[in-house]
Design a protein around this ligand. Structure first.
Ligand SMILES: Cc1cc2nc3c(=O)[nH]c(=O)nc-3n(C[C@H](O)[C@H](O)[C@H](O)COP(=O)(O)O)c2cc1C
Ligand SMILES: C=C(O[C@@H]1CC(C(=O)O)=C[C@@H](OP(=O)(O)O)[C@H]1O)C(=O)O
Length: 387
């Protein structure tokens, strides 16, 4: 399976084309829209989220609520477009800068300067518009489709925020259904109420100072069969592929699995997961410090992955930058912006991880229809059970 996205943050819409989804998968638009709504929530976001009410439209590949096997075309319209038609339209405009809202003082931490130099653009809006995390709307909708496929085979995905700035939340070990319920009730997506209040206060304080905050989010996937991914080739290692997907989320700068970076300071006896066997569970592990992956393959234990998000780049108390016209020192341009988007980023991470798992699942059990996949999976499960 593969997909591409297109569209600008203030353009008419975001578009995704998904290729390789099997036929006969039930697709509930409500489930896609549920994921899109989750992505819009979270304490610390700016005014844009009040303008948008993201809903997906299926423009191809789905008929009467089921996939046909044809490429799926998916669209999410931008409500904000109506305010940007002149600035972002595809028709030529006069050379005056009025109709362009030209950006010429790049923001440190954003894609503005590198993109301007690379693509030879003197209007950095041509970079900003596509580098914006608005693009993740399309990726979440795609991930929501992947979740439909995973759910069909009993694979569940959930997540929680573990840190915002210097406030840490207690990691919850609720069941995934319960975790989703708890984190939906929280404006910062934590089950830990004490941490929640401190996180909200930290976001308020950063906003007051014209500053921003990052954090850490965790995603858990349960019900994954053993053996997704492969040790035999570098680009088939599933941990590497998940890491790439996580780091491709705007502002994500780190990723770890299981006990992660802590492994560096521990002895092997405190890091590796002992192997057990019994009739009921077959081969399994006494612990899951590896986070469900060894040798680039799933172990059958839950996949546990964490991502580090840096603080938002646009500061209302702007950092120093250089004007690309005059080469003089100026403060960076301020575009309307979020103070903290960690809770939303957690939802994005759930959905991009879901896609990677679904893709690896399809590589292993791939068939053109759900029925064919079900038969392939059953055959493999029988092989694993009798091993
Ligand atoms: C959900 C979400 C919302 C974001 N909102 C903003 C924002 O309002 N302002 C901003 O400057 N950056 C925001 N970012 C981060 C930028 O998009 C990102 O820093 C930029 O594209 C540069 O890429 P990099 O940080 O991955 O290097 C957001 C990221 C995410 C995931
Ligand atoms: C639009 C979204 O996030 C945007 C991501 C973003 C950035 O620079 O990444 C900058 C802001 O854009 P705007 O200036 O239009 O408010 C955020 O609101 C979204 O998540 O849907």
């Amino acid at each position: 399976m593969r997909y591409l996205t297109a569209g600008e943050t203030h353009g008419p819409q975001l578009t995704a084309i998904i290729e390789g989804m099997p036929s006969n998968l039930k697709v509930a638009l409500d489930n896609i829209n549920f994921q899109l709504a989750r992505r819009q929530k979270g304490y610390g976001r700016g005014l844009r989220m009040q303008i948008e009410k993201d809903t997906a439209q299926l423009k191809g590949g789905v008929r009467h609520g089921q996939t046909t096997g044809a490429p799926i075309a998916l669209v999410v319209e931008n409500n904000d477009w109506k305010h940007w038609t002149k600035i972002m339209g595809s028709e030529p405009v006069d050379e005056d800068n009025e109709g362009r809202r030209r950006v010429h003082r790049p923001r440190p931490g954003h894609a503005d300067l590198n993109g301007g130099l690379k693509y030879n653009q003197k209007d950095l809006r041509n970079i900003l518009e596509r580098s914006s995390a608005r693009e993740t709307t399309a990726r979440v909708a795609v991930g929501a489709l992947a979740r439909e496929l995973l759910a069909e085979f009993g694979i569940k995905v959930a997540g929680q925020v573990l840190r915002i700035g210097d406030v840490e939340a207690k990691r919850s070990d609720l069941s995934l259904d319960e975790l989703i319920r708890m984190t939906e009730e929280s404006p910062v997506r934590v089950a830990d109420k004490e941490a929640e209040a401190k996180m909200i206060a930290a976001i308020d304080a950063a906003k007051e100072d014209g500053d921003t905050l990052g954090g850490i989010v965790e995603v858990i996937v349960e019900g994954v069969p053993v053996g997704l991914g492969s040790h035999v080739q570098w680009d088939r290692k599933l941990d590497g592929r998940i890491a790439q997907a996580v780091l491709s989320i705007q502002a994500f700068k780190g990723v770890e699995f299981g006990i992660g970076f802590e492994a560096a300071s521990l002895r092997g006896s405190k890091v590796h997961d002992e192997i057990r066997y019994n009739e009921e569970k077959g081969f399994h592990r006494a612990s899951n410090r590896a986070g469900g992956l060894e040798g680039g393959m799933t172990t059958g234990e839950p996949v546990v992955v964490r991502g580090v998000m840096k603080p938002i780049s646009t500061l209302y108390k702007a950092l120093q930058s250089v004007d690309i016209d005059t080469k003089e020192t100026f403060t960076a341009q301020v575009e309307r912006s979020d103070t903290c988007a960690v809770p939303a980023a957690g939802v994005i991470m759930e959905n991009v991880v879901a896609w990677e798992i679904a893709q690896a699942f399809m590589e292993k059990f791939g068939g053109d229809s759900i029925e064919e996949i079900r038969a392939n999976l059953a055959n493999y499960q029988a092989q694993v059970e009798s091993y």
